[in-house]
Design a protein around this ligand. Structure first.
Ligand SMILES: C[S@@+](CC[C@H](N)C(=O)[O-])C[C@H]1O[C@@H](n2cnc3c(N)ncnc32)[C@H](O)[C@@H]1O
Length: 275
């Protein structure tokens, strides 16, 4: 079971500010356009968080008759509370639970979208098999992530490394040590080929595997650096407040040293069909 610590569930460390950047709409609409179409009656928004993707799905099916039923699933009670407060559609419902046991929560679906969350799964193969259990034959799974081997655009890996080094330095200056052992699930990155193989093993045939390139601005990097799961992945064991501050200072130093105002990055986009 995924443990949601009270600190990680804190409002101040929400994913929402990051979702307001234009590139976030781009990478998610791009993939939703490939899976959300008339005829899909039940759509699962897995790892829905505070509901940014659910809103994009509802926007896309606005004129669809009959409208599909959209089920948002997430283990985080505070994220679900935000999603329920933000989305009042009678065609959407939100359920607390985890991808690892999706088939206990949803009987059957025409499409499962799992956006910006699959990298968090410690056992990605098991989760893909679990998703396959709820998909009807011919149903589609869509997932995307910018935390995978291949996310760094050529020539930029030094930026990301330096950001962590500078953040760790600012913590040391305050007497806070970063654990090197507690390897966070968010850091166990698959490559596109590993995702393809894991889909195939789960009887999900990949039909689209693409990289989209986006420019991450200073503000987008500040916002992701304040997101609980990012902090936990980047600086394991560090309290969120101190981690968020260190990532902001580390970012400032890195951008100043490298004289950059934004950094390009890849998003991996995968669609796979249940066979
Ligand atoms: C980065 S957020 C993405 C939220 C949303 N999909 C989006 O793109 O805006 C990752 C979400 O995955 C959720 N999550 C973490 N572990 C999960 C699990 N085992 N099953 C389902 N969702 C999970 C987190 O609670 C969080 O809301």
């Amino acid at each position: 079971m995924t443990a949601i610590t009270p600190a990680a569930d804190d409002d101040r460390f929400s994913f929402t500010p990051f979702t307001r950047h234009p590139f976030f709409g781009y990478v998610n609409r791009w993939i939703l356009e490939r899976v959300i179409c008339p005829g899909r009656e039940v759509i699962v928004d897995l790892g829905c968080g505070p509901g940014a993707i659910t809103e994009l799905i509802l926007e896309r099916v606005r004129d669809q008759q009959p409208p599909p039923h959209v089920i948002g699933v997430d283990p985080s009670p505070s994220a679900l509370a935000k999603a329920r407060a933000a989305i009042s559609s009678k065609f959407a419902e939100f359920v607390q639970g985890s991808a690892e046991w999706l088939s206990k929560l949803v009987k059957s679906a025409d499409a499962v979208v799992f956006l910006n969350a699959i990298h968090l799964m410690p056992d990605k193969e098991q989760v893909l098999k679990e998703i396959r259990r709820v998909l009807k034959p011919g149903g589609l799974l869509a997932f995307n992530s910018t935390f995978f081997n291949g996310a760094y655009v050529e020539g930029t890996s030094g930026f990301w490394r330096r950001w962590i080094v500078r953040s760790v330095q600012t913590l040391r200056e305050k007497g806070i040590e970063v654990k090197h052992s507690g390897h966070a699930a968010a850091m166990e990155w698959f490559s596109a080929d590993q995702y393809k193989a894991a889909c195939t093993a789960a009887r999900l045939r990949p039909t689209t595997v693409e990289l989209l390139r986006v420019d991450m601005t200073r503000q987008a990097l500040i916002d992701i650096g304040r997101f609980s799961l990012f902090i936990e992945g980047a600086l394991p064991g560090v309290p969120l407040e101190e981690g968020a501050q260190a990532l902001e200072v580390g970012l400032e130093r890195t951008m100043e040293e490298l004289k950059v105002e934004s950094v390009p990055r890849h998003w991996l986009e995968v669609v796979a069909e249940a066979v």
